[in-house]
Write a protein that binds this ligand. Structure first.
Ligand SMILES: [Zn+2]
Length: 116
């Protein structure tokens, strides 16, 4: 009989520990994402981050596109009709209707962006 209580106790204990680990992981994920977006926000204020979608793309900031790490020029690329320079995350955001051009209204080539 005592064994059953021990097994139940261990089971409940395990669930509590697993939940605690998940909560801690989730919090640190949120913190990292929050820090990334606040860093992007300050780059925007400095004029280094001219993204064309809201919320801004993270791809350019992380240096996973043509632009220098921490900068985004997708906005200018659209304005100057250099569609090949617009990062895939921005293109996908535009397709979903998240366009936010700072230079002019979002009037984009429907053939390239599938209409917006
Ligand atoms: Zn971008």
């Amino acid at each position: 009989m005592k064994k059953i209580y021990l097994v139940i106790f261990l089971f409940v204990f395990l669930i509590v520990v697993i939940n605690a680990i998940l909560i801690i992981n989730n919090k640190s994920t949120r913190r990292v994402i929050g820090n990334l977006y606040s860093a992007i926000e300050s780059a925007e204020k400095k004029g280094d981050y001219n993204c064309c979608i809201e919320p801004a793309c993270t791809m350019c900031y992380l240096g996973h596109w043509k632009f220098e790490e921490g900068t985004c020029h997708c906005d200018e690329a659209i304005f100057e009709d250099r569609f090949d320079d617009v990062c895939p995350e921005c293109v996908s955001g535009i397709e979903k209707g998240f366009c936010k051009l700072t230079i002019e209204d979002c009037i984009l080539d429907e053939e390239i962006y599938g209409g917006n």
